[in-house]
Design a protein around this ligand. Structure first.
Ligand SMILES: [Mn+2]
Length: 327
């Protein structure tokens, strides 16, 4: 088997026109990885387009080249190579999929254990805490230049998916990568101020409303709360402002699993995020049970239903998983 890293490096050098994609509702790893690949391609003198159904969240707009991200065009367009980053299932690319015409190669670079290997060349590394870390490997092992712009995007990607280097997925390799990125010139203080200390006040108001109804279940081992359409309306918060909100439920002592339920504008569609704090409780399998997926410690799903019923079903499933884990 040939090494997907070297295969991908070769394709980047060989071809001329590229489309770089990530999932809708992009998070820091998605945006950072997508921009890093786009900047790399521009450095190589290639033509690059970067599409997303959703805009780059405000707090990531300080990232270099963030204005390269556009909505897909109305008519399909041809490319030499399509590259998907941080996408576990092809459906998570959204309407973008319908705008891709002919392509010679299709690459999937990701770290979700639930990745469906939907492309022709699949480089999936579940041990990597962030897709950004795989891109870092691509740059190093592929013999590409690590510019400050790329380094900034990759630092943002790895930092956000490791909870700013606090989750159990933080490895020696991710800290080494971070050290290299800082050596390249990334200003950690500045970057963290943008990502973690520049929230709109509306997000705090949303959080205030949501936390007022925080619930503990299963002997305080499950913590969850809801973000309702009403709360979004009243606070003025945007959907993108929800990144990181689950950490408040997760941070409670004794809690093994945190859940965030979010009503969506799609009537009856409920978005759920799961976090596990115990190595024996695998939230990826819980999410899969509801048609989603992700990682052992962090996963998500979307289901259709009445909020009360959904909540009951989901909390029961988590309780069962905790019990099955012998806890
Ligand atoms: Mn990721």
């Amino acid at each position: 088997m040939s090494d997907p890293c070297l295969q991908i490096a070769e394709l980047l050098r060989q071809h001329q026109s590229f489309l770089v994609l990530t999932h809708y509702r992009p998070d820091g790893d998605a945006v950072g990885s997508q921009l890093a690949v786009a900047i790399l391609l521009k450095q190589l003198g290639k033509q690059v387009e970067v599409w997303n159904d959703d805009p780059v969240p405000a707090k990531f707009r300080f990232l270099p080249n963030s204005d390269i991200v556009t909505r897909p065009p109305d008519a399909p367009k041809d490319f030499d190579v399509v590259i998907a980053v941080d996408i576990s299932t092809w459906q998570r690319v959204g309407t973008v999929a319908q705008r891709i015409g002919q392509r010679k190669a299709f690459i999937n670079i990701d770290h979700h254990v639930s990745n469906e290997n939907f492309a022709e060349i699949n480089w999936v590394v579940p041990q990597a805490p962030a897709t950004g870390q795989i891109i870092f490997d691509l740059i190093r092992r592929g013999g590409f230049d690590l510019s400050l712009d790329i380094a900034t995007c990759l630092y943002a990607a790895i930092a956000t998916d490791t909870g700013n280097f606090t989750y159990t997925n933080t490895s020696a390799a991710s800290l080494r990568a971070a050290a290299d990125l800082v050596e390249t010139g990334v200003n950690v203080g500045d970057l963290c101020r943008h990502i973690y200390e520049s929230y709109p006040y509306a997000r705090v108001q949303l959080l205030q409303m949501a936390l007022a109804d925080l619930t503990l279940a299963d002997h305080n081992r499950i913590a969850y709360y809801w973000l309702t359409n009403d709360m979004f309306q009243q606070s003025g918060a945007k959907r993108e402002d929800t990144e990181g909100l689950i950490d408040y439920a997760r941070s409670i002592q004794g809690v093994l699993v945190a859940v965030l339920f979010e009503e969506t504008p799609d009537l009856g569609k409920i978005r759920m995020s799961f976090r596990s704090k115990h190595p024996k409780v695998d939230v990826n399998s819980i999410a899969r049970h509801f048609g989603g997926g992700g990682h052992r410690e962090a996963a998500g799903a979307r289901i259709t239903g009445v909020p009360h019923d959904v909540e009951e079903k989901v909390i029961a499933a988590i309780s069962a998983a905790i019990k099955d884990a012998g806890l």
